[in-house]
Each structure stands twice: as structure tokens, then as C-alpha cells.
Ligand binder design. Structure first.
Ligand SMILES: Nc1nc2c(ncn2[C@@H]2O[C@H](COP(=O)(O)OP(=O)(O)OP(=O)(O)O)[C@@H](O)[C@H]2O)c(=O)[nH]1
Ligand SMILES: [Mg+2]
Length: 366
């Protein structure tokens, strides 16, 4: 039986199984088996050809955004009208057959936009070219899920499901679960809060499926079996996501009002270039980038071309490495102006954490 058939079988069994206390353990086991089979599909055994082969393009700029959606929702129209790059637009489906990159400059940062081919249902299980598309999406700092406003919610769920199946977690933070494998001592489960699903038996069943019989696990919130499986699998990527609701020229103001309230969404018309300002602003917010201005000694700061860092990687050392990899070797201290320091300016070491729009002058050893 192929992995795909096995997946279908397990999904059918899960659908048949009633959810109650008695079946919790069995369902947990099925979920773990499903996760393992999905991983097999993503990383085929025997090496040769990464999943994204042929679809990925060179990374450029400070961040990368992938456009994911069903065919004909307007991804190529959006790229063309936002970045001024030509990507073929047509009324038929699967117009775009490979990744088309574009670049925009926003607030001094260079942002790479990737127009990806349309995906179809079942991509996560290896159907169509969706597998390659989603593999590229995994490498993005932000995902735009582009939806046709006339069928947004149904499509939204399907695409989320596809991305989830590929180990992508949207607008989520990694589960706050401590998981440590050990040599011996059995399964030691600590529940800091009452658990509605993960009792000791369910946890043991799931871990046994991974042949893990000795481990410390701490659950600090009411976690789900899926959360535990994510932590055990360990290869999940957590990516922010904006739902871009396209073609709003086709609906009424009243309908727009309702749609506007869905979290993480921006309604636009790619064709008419409506509401691009909002989209760019939200994009900037979700990318969570930090701009640092350099100040050569005795000169004014260079406000035109900031060094752009990702939040979470904004130490002076990260800043130096982004400038040039040898700088850190000659580094003595840095002088910083801005919100990250108490005194203006202040002398700091390489571990100091910078904030957006700080000004930095590096002093080298002589
Ligand atoms: N009414 C309306 N039509 C649009 C809008 N944006 C795109 N379209 C139309 O939708 C159709 C599909 O647009 P594309 O940009 O090719 O869609 P796509 O998502 O790239 O499609 P694939 O490459 O096949 O995945 C074209 O006929 C576009 O003119 C919009 O804002 N309003
Ligand atoms: Mg297209």
C-alpha cells in the first residue's frame, strides 16, 4: 500500500471514530501515524531532489513573501500590479506554471515577492505540483494566502489544511511544551494545568508510536495531541500569514464590511490596485523587520539604506554579520542612538539587542 493510500485509510478511520475519553488514545495514535506518513511524502527516502526542486528561485533582499492560492484568484495580477514585474495573467486556470519573482522596496527594505503556481486540494498528499509550491512557501518569511472574495472561507480552510499537512503553522507560535528525550527512567509527564485531551495514557501512546519510551514532558497549557506531535516531529515552520481577499470590485459595500472583520485579512482588488496601501502596511507589520541605520565616524547617519534585520536576530553581532562577516573579528564596541538604549548615545557590546530605527556606529580594534 502506498503512503497515500495509508493516509486515506487513516483519515477515514478517524472520521469514523467517535471522539470521547475512551477513544482519545487511539485517535492520538492515528494522528501520530498520519504525521509520520506525511513526513515520508515531504522527504522522500533515497535522497535525490529536494521537494522544492525546480520551483525555488534565488533568495534576494531582506525578506521573502510567497503568494499561495487556488488557480485564477489573481496572484499574478497582484505581483504585476504591486511589483511591476510581468507575470502572465489569464482567465483560465494554471496560467502560472513556475515561480515568478518580483522585488519591491518598502520603508528602505528590499522585499522579494514570489508568485507561485495555483495549488489544488490534495497538494499535501502529493497531488499536482502543489508539493513543490508548498515547499517554496516553507522558505518564506510571510505568506499571502490569496483568496477570491466570492468563495473565501471554503478556500481558506482548504489551503490552511494543505499547508498544515506540510508542516507549516500559520500565525502561530511554537507550542509551549518542554520535551526532552532520555536514556532511561520512563515517561515523566508534568501537567501544569488540567489537560482536556493529553492524559498520561494518550501521551504514552503517541510517544510509543515514535518509539520513545523515556522522556520528560512538561505541558504548561491545555495542549492538543497535534501540538505534542509537532514538538516530537520537530520540523515545523511557524510563518505569519495575511489573507488577501481579492476581487472586491465584485461585491457590495455591505458584504465588504462583514469580510473586513475576519482576522489577518486585507481586502483588495489586484486588478484595480485598490487598497494596496493597507496591504503594504499590514505586510510590514507582519514581517516584523527591524531597520538599523549605520553611522560612519564623523558623518551623519545614512537614512536611505538601512540594514534590515529579522526580529529575534537583532543583536549588534547580527548587525555586524549582515554588514560583512569579518567585521565581528575587529569589533571593539558600538555606539548606539535610539530606543534600545537608555542614554543617547550609549556604548554597548556585541550582545546588545537593537530596536527598529536605531543608529549604530561600530568602533573597531586598531
Ligand atoms: N474582477 C476582478 N478580476 C481580477 C482581479 N484580479 C485578477 N482578476 C482576474 O482573474 C483572472 C485570473 O488572474 P491571474 O492573476 O492570472 O490569477 P492567478 O491566481 O495567477 O492564476 P494561476 O496562475 O492560474 O494560479 C484574470 O482574468 C484576471 O484578470 C480583480 O481584482 N478583480
Ligand atoms: Mg498566475
Amino acid at each position: 500500500m502506498s503512503a497515500l493510500q495509508k493516509i486515506a485509510e487513516i483519515e477515514a478511520e478517524m472520521a469514523r471514530t467517535q471522539r470521547n475519553k475512551a477513544t482519545m488514545g487511539h485517535l492520538g495514535l492515528l494522528k501520530a501515524r498520519l504525521a509520520k506518513l506525511r513526513r515520508e511524502l515531504i522527504e522522500p527516502k533515497g535522497g535525490g531532489g529536494g521537494a522544492g526542486e525546480g520551483f525555488d528561485v534565488a533568495k534576494t533582499g531582506d525578506a521573502r513573501i510567497g503568494f499561495v492560492g487556488f488557480p485564477s484568484v489573481g496572484k499574478s495580477t497582484l505581483l504585476t500590479n504591486l511589483a511591476g514585474v510581468y507575470s502572465e495573467v489569464a482567465a483560465y486556470e494554471f496560467t502560472t506554471l513556475t515561480t515568478v519573482p518580483g522585488v519591491i522596496r518598502y520603508k528602505g527594505a528590499k522585499i522579494q515577492l514570489l508568485d507561485l503556481p495555483g495549488i489544488i486540494e490534495g497538494a499535501k498528499d502529493g497531488k499536482g505540483r502543489g508539493k513543490q509550491v508548498i515547499a517554496v512557501a516553507r522558505t518564506c518569511g510571510l505568506i499571502f494566502i490569496v483568496l477570491d472574495v466570492l468563495k473565501p472561507l471554503q478556500h481558506k480552510r482548504l489551503i490552511e489544511h494543505e499547508l498544515e499537512g506540510f508542516g507549516i503553522r500559520l500565525n502561530k507560535t511554537p507550542p509551549n511544551i518542554v520535551f526532552r528525550k532520555k536514556e532511561k527512567g520512563g515517561i515523566n509527564l508534568q501537567q501544569m494545568v488540567p489537560q482536556s485531551e493529553l492524559d498520561a495514557d494518550v501521551v504514552k501512546t503517541i510517544l510509543a508510536e515514535y518509539k520513545i519510551h523515556n522522556a520528560d514532558i512538561t505541558l504548561r497549557y491545555d495542549a492538543t495531541p497535534e501540538d505534542l506531535i509537532d514538538v516530537v516531529e520537530g520540523n515545523r515552520v511557524y510563518i505569519p500569514c495575511i489573507y488577501v481577499l481579492n476581487k472586491i470590485d465584485q461585491i457590495s459595500i455591505e458584504e465588504l464590511d462583514i469580510i473586513h472583520k475576519v482576522p489577518h485579512t486585507v481586502p483588495i482588488s489586484a486588478h484595480h490596485k485598490w487598497n494596496f496601501d493597507d496591504l503594504l502596511e499590514k505586510m510590514w507589520e507582519y514581517l516584523n523587520l527591524v531597520r538599523i541605520y549605520t553611522k560612519p565616524k564623523g558623518q551623519l547617519p545614512d537614512y536611505r539604506s538601512p540594514v534590515v534585520l529579522r526580529s529575534g536576530n537583532t543583536s549588534i553581532e547580527d548587525f555586524c554579520n549582515k554588514l560583512h562577516r569579518t567585521i565581528i573579528k575587529e569589533f571593539k564596541y558600538a555606539i548606539v542612538w535610539g530606543t534600545s538604549v537608555k542614554y543617547q548615545p550609549q556604548k554597548v557590546g556585541k550582545d546588545h539587542i537593537l530596536q527598529d530605527e536605531d543608529v549604530v556606529q561600530i568602533v573597531k580594534k586598531v
